[in-house]
Write a new protein. Sequence first.
Length: 340
Amino acid sequence: MRTVHMPMLRLNHSTPARSGTKRVSIQHVRRLALLWLQGLILSAALTSLAIAQDAQQDQQATRLMEKVGAPSQFVMNTFKSSGMLGVKPHTLTGEERQKIKAALAALPPLDRRVLLDRLDDLSFIDGIPGEGTGLTSPGAHHGHYNITLRASIIDESLSTFLTTKERRDFTSDDSGITVTVKGQGTDALHYVLLHESTHVVDQTCRVTFTAHSKFVEGIWKEAHTLDAPWNTGPLNETFFRTHKPLEIQKASAVYGALSNSPFVSLYATSASAEDFAELVAWDEVRHMNGHLVIELTDRHGAVLKQWQPLTFPGVVKRFEYVDEFLANPASFKACAAYKT
């Protein structure tokens, strides 16, 4: 609590002040004392609020940890049917469980509340390739969901996760040019839980499914179909839209187009749901003083070009929409139960 020191005041009720000495009235002293007292009360109230919020975060995270367990057979079969035959449930250590709980506690209040209502289970599996993340899938109950993640992500840096994912978008050549993505402000586990929990929020609140939603209008015609002008040009030709990597020589043009778009990442162009999840995740990282930098470097590691998506004008404008939604989720009818 901040200590406020009262200034030494010279009080004089009847005797004239000496030349050059400022007379201070008793009313002025009382006003200063009142302001000091109000400051103490406000400081105490803010401290109590912060303690209450921390307690609520910890309580909700504890309840969410009760949902952490083994993946369902349906989830395991889904991964195996996609060719990941070596997948198996991961047994979490005590340290890993603490990291997961901390990441859950750091989610936005809306995400935590929705997960408490709609998440059936959160599980981690081994055997997913490094560029893979996991799966958000329908749960055992209608309107409920499972989140299954690659276990190695628990100890992965955000930059490693993002760079591995981004490099799928390009093929290398003799130039030695490489794309690297640097993320700061959190780790891969927290970022991925932000992203995946937002999918559950989206499904629950119908954000990207609502007609004329500000998150889709003028950007998405349908869930996987971009609106003009984004449906032509480099952003419609990337791996995340065609599943065919581009030549690394086209990377500069691709990121140049991205900088003039409403998308915070190339992955955001793959679907309206991914676009929304990326926006929310990066908005949260931004509020934690995080950064996102994309670099093209030559064979010697020298930076050729650099982009900072969190500062793109089109993205900054949409971050305002995210803040408005998280502050008032009931602005979407399906989310009325989560009115703040």
